[in-house]
Design a protein around this ligand. Sequence first.
Ligand code: SF4
Length: 240
Amino acid sequence: MFSEDEIEPLSRKFETQTPQEIIQWAVDTFWPEVALSSSFQTQSMPLLHMAARIKRGLPIFFLDTGYHFWETLIFRERIASEWQLNVIDLYRNPRWDVFARQRVRTLPLEDPDLCCFLHKVQPMQKALLDIRAWITGIRRDQTVIRARADILELQEDGLLKINPLLNWTTRDVMRYIEENKLPAHPLLEKGYRSIGCAPCTAAIGVDDEERAGRWAGRGKTECGLHTDMFRHKELYLDLE
Ligand code: SF4
């Protein structure tokens, strides 16, 4: 629907627009072939809150890796119920079940890239095959890789990735949460400011960067959803 030449100026224009305006444009343009992904942590609340107000029934993909804190799963249930969200759980391809069960304790530590590929990247790739626009909650202030992102990113296969919160900072997120009295993930008060899977998430100090507790000390900062790993869709298709 859009060429790269059309997306670039539109993306630049969105740099000065609000996340709500960008989400509204995404829904108006792509519904019903648009979805949002969320990890249901405290910093996810603003995007979910905006989406719930803008479009009831918007599909929200949640990667159920099997490694989540139980607090995350309970929090996800609570928010989905109270805000009447259309949450769709994504799971790894069953063909990897035997392999993954044999390594359930060791895989996240011995080969986190493969573990993330099986439990996050592949399931999201598959879910997005039927979608034309993917709304994410990434922000430029989170990682070096995310700092280079654009608000609109057209993938080679035509999928448009939309990052409405890209210009927001941690302070913006917390201000929106306070102003709208949004709930916090129960582990936030224990020092978990960014939360992923339990084996790969640690509590951090008040002066640490937000994602310092993710794969701490292991040289990994991204699961692969927002790196070149995600664009290697042929890896998934070859395994079907
Ligand atoms: S974050 Fe850790 S446990 Fe979760 S999929 Fe990635 S490596 Fe596996």
